[in-house]
Design a protein around this ligand. Structure first.
Ligand code: SF4
Length: 384
C-alpha cells in the first residue's frame, strides 16, 4: 500500500527528534546553510519560483529546433544567476512571468529528452516517450511508491517531505531500498506533474520543511519533477537526494531549481563503483556533477562508510570533498548493514557481508578531522 503523509506537529518533532527542533533555531546551522534556511523559513522564494519569474523570448513548446532551445536555455541560465544573487542578497520579490518562462524552457527540453533518453550517464537512448523502459526500469510514467514526513533525515531537514520514486540507474548490491529501486511490484501510483505538485503542497502544508526527491533515484523522473514546479502553489525548498549520475544536460536542467543538494558520494574510485553498484565511470561523473552543483544551492554530502572500504573509498572521498567543495556539510553515516544481494552471496561480497565495526567508523571520523572537518553541529561535519 502506498504510504502517504499524515500531518506532523512541532510537538511530535520535539518528541522524536529534539535535535531537529534545535536545528531550527541554530544560528550556526543557519549560517552554514543560508539559502536553504531562508527558503525553509519563507524569507526567500525557492529557486523554482525565481525560474518561473524569468521571461523566455519564445514559446518553447512550439520550438522544434532542440539546439535553439538549448541556446535560449543557456542564455537564461546566465540571467538566472544574477537574479538569484539579487534575491539572495537583496530580498528581491519575484512574480511569475506573464508569458513563457525559463521554467517552461526547461519543461520543454526535459520532455524532449525522453524521446531517446539521456538523463543519466547510461545514456541508454530508451524511447521513453513511446513507452519503452530504460535500464533504470522507468518508462513514460512517473512512479511514486510513497510520500510522507520523513523523521530520520539530517536534523535541519526533519520533518522532510520525502517522495520515493521507483527505478534507479544504479544496481547497488547492498541497496536498502531494493524493493522500489530494483523491481517493480504493484505498490506504486503513477502520477502526473499536476498530481506531483499536489503531493508536494500536501506535504508542505502539513508540516514538512522541504521536498526531498529520492528513490531509487529521482533522475529518471526529472521531466515530471520539473513540470510539477510549474503548478506548485507553495514556497518550499527542493532537495535533490541522489547518486548524481546525471548527464551534463540533465544537470543543467535542475541546477537552477534545487535549493539543497543531498548527494550520496559512495566510492573513491571506479573499480568499487563498478563492482558494487554496476556503474561505469563512477568517480569522474560523480565528482564532475558535485562541482556543477557546488555553489548553486547549499549541500550536504552523505558518505556511507562501508566495511573494508576505508582506504579505497572513505579516505579519497573525504579528501576530495575537503579540497574541492570545502563549504559543504558532511554526513558520515555508520548505519551500513548487509542487504539485497549481499546476504545471498556472502562469498562474492565478503568484505561487506557484515555490519560496520565501531573502530572503522572512528577511523572514518579521524580521517574527516585530519582533512579539516573539525566542527560538528547536530551530527553534521563542517570545515573550520
Ligand atoms: S534515466 Fe533511465 S532511461 Fe534515461 S538514460 Fe538513464 S537508464 Fe536510460
Amino acid at each position: 500500500m502506498v504510504r502517504v503523509a499524515l500531518p506532523v506537529s512541532q510537538s511530535m518533532v520535539y518528541m522524536y527528534r529534539p535535535d531537529a527542533v534545535r536545528a531550527l533555531y541554530s544560528r550556526e546551522l543557519r549560517e552554514r546553510l543560508p539559502w536553504y534556511y531562508s527558503v525553509m523559513n519563507n524569507e526567500r522564494p525557492a529557486k523554482f519560483m525565481i525560474a518561473r519569474s524569468l521571461e523566455a523570448p519564445l514559446n518553447p513548446y512550439e520550438e522544434s529546433d532542440v539546439e535553439e532551445l538549448w541556446r535560449v536555455h543557456d542564455r537564461l541560465m546566465a540571467e538566472f544567476e544574477s537574479l538569484w544573487h539579487e534575491v539572495f542578497h537583496g530580498g528581491e520579490k519575484v512574480e511569475d512571468s506573464g508569458g513563457w518562462s525559463y521554467l517552461d524552457v526547461k519543461i520543454a527540453l526535459a520532455r524532449r529528452m525522453l524521446d531517446k533518453c539521456y538523463l543519466c550517464e547510461w545514456n541508454c537512448g530508451a524511447e521513453r516517450s513511446r513507452g519503452r523502459i530504460g535500464i533504470c526500469r522507468v518508462g513514460k510514467e512517473c512512479i511514486v511508491y510513497s510520500y510522507f514526513h520523513h523523521m530520520g533525515e539530517e536534523a535541519p531537514l526533519v520533518p522532510s517531505g520525502t517522495i520515493f520514486y521507483g527505478g534507479c540507474p544504479f544496481r547497488c548490491v547492498f541497496c536498502q531500498n531494493w524493493e522500489i529501486s530494483q523491481k517493480k511490484d504493484s505498490d506504486y501510483i503513477e502520477v502526473s506533474p499536476r498530481e506531483l505538485a499536489l503531493i508536494q503542497e500536501s506535504l508542505r502544508l502539513t508540516g514538512s520543511r522541504n521536498i526531498n526527491h529520492v528513490g531509487g533515484d529521482p533522475t529518471p523522473h526529472i521531466p515530471a519533477i520539473v513540470e510539477s514546479m510549474k503548478y506548485l502553489k507553495v514556497n518550499v525548498p527542493q532537495i535533490w537526494n541522489s547518486d548524481m549520475h546525471l548527464t551534463i544536460p540533465a544537470m543543467k536542467l535542475i541546477r537552477d531549481l534545487i535549493d539543497l543538494w543531498l548527494p550520496d558520494f559512495k566510492f573513491g574510485n571506479d573499480k568499487c563503483g563498478r563492482r558494487l553498484s554496476l556503474v561505469k565511470d563512477y568517480y569522474r561523473v560523480t565528482t564532475r556533477n558535485l562541482l556543477i552543483a557546488y555553489g548553486h544551492g547549499d549541500m550536504i554530502i552523505r558518505h556511507l562508510v562501508l566495511p573494508g572500504h576505508i582506504g579505497c573509498c572513505t579516505r579519497p572521498v573525504v579528501r576530495w570533498i575537503a579540497r574541492n567543495t570545502p563549504k559543504v556539510a558532511l554526513n558520515l553515516m555508520d548505519q551500513y548493514h548487509p542487504d539485497f544481494l549481499v546476504p545471498k552471496m556472502p562469498d562474492k561480497y565478503r568484505e561487506i557481508a557484515r555490519p560496520l565495526k565501531r573502530r572503522e567508523f572512528e577511523e572514518a571520523l579521524r580521517i574527516a578531522e585530519s582533512e579539516g572537518f573539525t566542527t560538528m553541529i547536530e551530527d553534521l561535519l563542517f570545515t573550520g
